[in-house]
Design a protein around this ligand. Structure first.
Ligand SMILES: *Cc1c(COP(=O)(O)O)cnc(C)c1O
Length: 484
């Protein structure tokens, strides 16, 4: 055998190592150690698995010729505890969103308001009356828990709730236009991301797409000319995540609805972001909203529950009773309907909209979006100060004027002014710092920008600053210990 770099290469080498290998702790030794002993009571299989892996790692290190200190009982037990912690941690965990993107799809879109969390906890705690009428004891539609609220807030007659707005689109189109033609402007052939493309959804729903107009301009007359006996409906889709500017126009939904009515076809509005009121009252840009769309006379309006509405993931369809009754009978509805947990969080969220005045205090998404820059600046300066004090010696923190993205296909083309904390270090590259923050507990998501890591207080929820500081100090400690 040939010798190379401390690996087992000769019989003499092996003879030296066998006594060391024999002294490796055994699983039962580890299970009797301090914290592991406590775990062994409650979580035996995972704890034993962690112990076996820690021993195997130590064995491999000894065979590779490493110092035997790493194979001591204490060292192997510490490693076993670390492995155990990783194995037993839940995968889906609360995370800190310091990216400034208010509706971040990868971070679960809307953070729920306290009222929604309470409603969810109650429904999750045991049985609930999701489909049982309390008066009659008979079966009721599960939307009954949100119908009254939606009627009051939007003026709708009837409501259906499904898994998301993509499902809502399929259900509406399949019910109202299967085997027939749907007229859509070339300016509204939207791709939302995650393989949701309006023309493909139309095909899936069994409809024939009839494109009208141009990318930048579509006129009412274009729709009118396209209507034939094969036409089932006119589809209007909100340009939720893009904007066509310059020489551009699109007839208002009210005109499309009027045209549809006069020709005896339906008009459906996919609003996407689900604004339940006019956000200009909170100093935000105009976004097409549900009450306006219904007042304009569309047969169905559909939108997401977890965008501006700030609730759980779901798709909401509002419209006339007869129209929605037909959708309820479609087998797709049975496949797409939501669970009690979704309905409870949705009800909790919708109740907040009864008092629009208090929305910026009580409703998380509205609070984030309407947060005054002065307030953000105060929080940024405070966080920067905490970081300078808590991480002195390796991390520098200052504040910088920036923009927050809204995200989630809402207020396309608009960003909001903000003030971020900028973190810079000579000891660690920005991308590496950002990665280690993600691997912290809880995970912290920030933005990497040029040489720094940016944290936007707009999306850092109240009380999360100490979690961020602890995550940064954890990174600082690991830098002290040297490269891992
Ligand atoms: C977001 C969006 C969708 C998709 O909604 P999901 O709830 O994510 O399925 C569809 N249409 C429009 C216009 C949207 O903005």
């Amino acid at each position: 055998m040939t010798a190379c770099n401390g690996r087992i290469t000769s019989e003499r080498d092996m003879e030296e190592k066998v006594p060391l290998l024999r002294r490796l702790p055994r699983v039962d030794d580890l299970m009797a150690q301090g914290r592991m002993a406590a775990l062994a009571e409650a979580h035996r299989p995972l704890a034993r698995e962690a112990a076996r892996e820690a021993i195997e790692e130590a064995r491999q290190r000894l065979l590779a010729g490493e110092d035997s200190a790493g194979a001591s009982l204490e060292a192997v037990a510490a490693r076993a505890m670390e492995l155990y912690r990783r194995k037993s941690a839940r995968s889906l965990r609360r995370a800190v969103n310091a990216t400034g993107v208010a509706l971040h799809t990868n971070l679960g879109r809307a953070p729920l308001s306290a009222a929604a969390q309470e409603a969810l906890a109650e429904a999750a705690a045991g049985y609930c009356n999701v489909q049982a009428g309390l008066d009659s004891g008979e079966r009721t539609p599960r939307e009954i828990h949100v119908l009254g609220l939606l009627q009051r807030i939007t003026g709708a007659e009837a409501a259906l709730v499904v898994n998301n707005n993509a499902a809502a689109t399929v259900l509406v189109l399949n019910t109202l236009a299967s085997g027939r033609e749907v007229i859509l402007s070339r300016g509204e052939m939207v791709e939302i991301g995650g393989s949701f493309r309006i023309p493909e959804i139309l095909k899936l729903a069994g409809c024939q797409l009839v494109e009208v107009g141009c990318t930048n301009r579509t006129h009412l007359a274009d729709y009118e000319k396209a209507i034939t006996p094969a036409t089932a409906l006119i589809l209007a889709v909100h340009q939720s995540n893009y904007r066509i500017e310059g020489f551009a126009s699109q007839p208002p939904v009210a005109e499309l609805a009027k045209l549809a009515r006069s020709k005896g076809v339906a008009c459906v509005h996919d609003l996407g972001s689900g604004a339940l009121l006019d956000y200009r009252r909170y100093g935000l840009p105009y976004e097409p909203n549900v009450p306006e769309s219904l007042a304009a006379g569309v047969d169905a309006a559909l939108f997401s529950g977890d965008k501006l509405l700030g609730g759980p993931q779901c798709g909401i369809i509002l419209g006339k009773t007869d129209t929605l009754q037909a959708m309820r009978k479609n087998p797709f509805y049975r496949a797409f309907r939501v669970c009690k947990l979704t309905l409870s969080a949705l009800e909790g969220t919708l109740r907040l909209f009864l008092d629009a005045e208090r929305l910026p205090q009580e409703h998380r998404v509205t609070a984030l979006l309407a947060m005054p820059v002065k307030e953000i600046q105060r929080r940024a300066e405070e966080l920067a100060r905490l970081v300078r004090e808590g991480c002195s010696g390796w991390l520098d923190a200052d504040t910088i004027e920036e923009r927050s993205e809204i995200g989630g296909g809402s207020f396309a083309g608009h960003s909001l002014p903000t003030v971020c904390v900028r973190l810079r270090s000579e000891r660690i590259a920005a991308a590496e710092l950002s990665k280690r923050l993600r691997l912290s507990d809880p995970p912290v998501f920030a933005r990497v920008h040029e040489q720094g890591v940016l944290m936007d207080p707009r999306t850092i929820l109240p009380g999360e600053e100490p979690l961020i500081l602890a995550a940064l100090q954890g990174v600082g400690d690991s830098l002290q210990r040297g490269p891992s």
